[in-house]
Design a protein around this ligand. Sequence first.
Ligand code: UD1
Ligand code: CA
Length: 458
Amino acid sequence: MKRYAVVLAAGQGTRMKSKQYKVLHPVCGKPMVQHVMDQVSKLGVEKTVTVVGFGAEQVKEQLGAQCEYALQEEQLGTAHAVMQAAPYLQGLEGVTIVVCGDTPLITAETMKALVEHHLAAKAKATVLTAIADDPAGYGRIVRNSAGGVEKIVEHKDANEEERAIREINTGTYCFDNQTLFQALINVTNNNAQGEYYLTDVIEIIKAGGGTVSAYQAPSFEETIGVNDRIALAEAERIMRERICRRHMENGVTIIDPGCTYISADATIGRDTVIYPGTVIEGETVIGEDCTIGPHAEIKNCHIGHRTSIRHSVAHDSEIGNDVTIGPFAHIRPLSKIDDEVRIGNFVEVKKSTFGKGSKASHLSYIGDAQVGADVNLGCGSITVNYDGVHKYMTKIEDGAFIGCNVNLIAPVTVGRGAYVAAGSTITDDVPGRALAIARARQVNKEHYVDRLPGTKKS
Ligand code: UD1
Ligand code: CA
């Protein structure tokens, strides 16, 4: 049986009160609609159609070539939205999963179980339902005396009795594809919101003699629909807990999961310890036996084993094994830090490479630099990489020793094993194994102070 999917993502999300389109609001750093798409892509579907409207261009940019797109120019309701996918799907044999772009916690496992239930029940439509403690805002599942699904009533259209129902429509469904598109033609907008409700196809399919079934999700949490910032924070919390639990199950120690923020796409090795206040974003990979945090912000980095990053920021960089970073260091994009390097307090590294065993332990700016192996950058070493118009490269070869408070005015090369005296401002290349001194020689003026007018003679 062929499978198809429709993702509804055209709504503006008025209740978010935001300039950002609803489905692009991130949960644990990833837009809601991307979470949904990532799960849908595990279902083995032939074709996925995302219905876009508000923010169509941005949604397309986010999802790229993962799916096809149907434009819903006017947002006339969820049935009208699914209808826009007709040019791609109408007439095809198979089952179609419909899911909302604002249910970021939905999992592939639950959607698979929904499809299996649907096929086993030989149903034409199966609704994924859940039991909510507070069902306000959701469509309610109205069952008949035999326990079958009778219809779905939207909160705004529901009477007192219906509002007391705690079984809700999660907005995820499985349909016989042909039945779905036939039923959609008969949906009207005669309701409290004047919209074409997808939920109305349930009654239409039933009236046409089709079997309608329901499958209850294992937890309500997985199915929450994010309509406002309160639900967004709730989704964030649940997703955060889910991600932390997965890492802990895999052998990562997380000292305080409530204060640890890990993106859905991060990978972390066994026996790594994550201290509180740590934010790990994007597609970060962290090896085994690392110490991360407290208070580390790491985005899109690739980090080896046994590395420690404390009270520091690292973005879009590669960091090797047995590296020590921080406290209070900043690794900016496109840096490549080899094994056993030490980047210490108040050191900023930008678009630079560090060879094995090199050290910048205190108070440095190293930008656009190629630092070899076993280089020692003394306290306050600075690469002067910018003349106000262009950026230039600094090259420091293996084993060089840069004294404290040295300015290396790029473009410049310090040769292999060379020494640069403390306080030097280096404008010319330093040959390998040479000592460069570039500062005025010290002059001591004996008894100078005694000769100043008004000073006491000692
Ligand atoms: C919908 C369901 C409700 C269910 C809830 C689950 C309907 C009528 N109601 O209500 O039963 O309990 O989801 O979260 O279906 N969208 C479009 N085009 C439109 C309208 C909406 O693409 O014209 C998209 C939105 O971007 C969103 C999704 O459809 O991703 C759901 O729309 P929303 O307005 O949030 O529906 P709810 O009121 O939450
Ligand atoms: Ca919603």
